[in-house]
Design a protein around this ligand. Sequence first.
Ligand code: 13P
Ligand code: 13P
Ligand code: MG
Ligand code: MG
Length: 370
Amino acid sequence: MKTTFSIIKADVGGWPGHAKVHPSLEAIAQKALLESQREKLIIDFHVTHCGDDLELIMTHTNGVDSKEVHSLSWDTFCEATEKARDLGLYGAGQDLLSDAFSGNIKGMGPGIAEMEFTERKAEPVVAFMMDKTEPGAFNFPIFKIFADPFNTAGLIIDPSIHDGFVFEVWDIQEHKNVFLKTPEEMYDLLALIGAKSRFVVKRVYPKKSSKLPSSEPVSVISTEKLYQIAGEYVGKDDPAGLVRAQSGLPALGEVLEGFSLGHLVSGWMRGSHNGPLMPVSVKDAQCTRFDGPPRVTALGFQLKNGKLTEPVDLFDDPAFDLTRRKAQEVMDYMRRHGPFEPHRLPMADMEYTTLPKVMEKLGSRFKKVK
Ligand code: 13P
Ligand code: 13P
Ligand code: MG
Ligand code: MG
């Protein structure tokens, strides 16, 4: 059986500021998805949040880009936005860039990570959700998981993954993609994805030699860049991603290991600062200090005929305490740089600050240096 696994997410209002999602918005989503499950549009679902981003995790058989599933998500975000307005939540409707739904939610503000695949006998899937960062934040862990033998022991010792994987990389400025094989093209891959604000990993595929179908993705990341969609900065593209694990893929622990550094990502405070990505439990998925630090949560499911088990909150574990502690130290160190790069993003990447206006104001006072 082929199942479609979708995460569709949007910030439709923060509580307070950009800290987290109000429970009444999650309740609206819960009700809407339950109704669609009863009507058999979706098979199963789980509603959650990461920081101020409302996350709809859904399984169905409609394939990716399904008009019905996208429309359900859009309507749910619109209903939640109304509630956010009633409650006076911050930035109500932040990520909804249009008033009219045109059949596909892509390019309208929400982030989308979906993949259709043939379920194995036992199918572990992890949903990763991030706040206060951008899609390129996934480049580092996805590379570690599927291509770094120091992270994933199976690349060396498990014959079923020893041949490596294929990475689909998007150039989000030029709107082009390229497929690169690891390990043989690893250096080319890294040359691109190290530039994480421009090149992002979109999907990972098994190779032809794998026992898994090489046309079905084993990982997918949301890559929508809001400020590019909107032509000007409107909100932030806090991403989500899906990773399948085990039996011909990295083990669950190899997948989680990819997040053990607390690596530096962009998108903290006003979308304009670099900081460490801290893996946290859902209960700690609220952004506080300097609106951060950037956070990632991981919910692990077993999937059977489209049905989901209860999720396991995978970063709710002392094994990640040291990563969190390190992230806190790095956060403190970065913060001491105040308005200086590389804590603040370089000029070209400054998103929604008043910096361009400051430059404009000073314009006539700049004199040519002789
Ligand atoms: P306001 O100062 O308009 O509230 O917005 C900036 C902001 O929310 C950055 O986090
Ligand atoms: P969100 O993109 O999560 O709304 O955060 C805005 C921001 O930059 C807060 O400082
Ligand atoms: Mg927000
Ligand atoms: Mg957010």
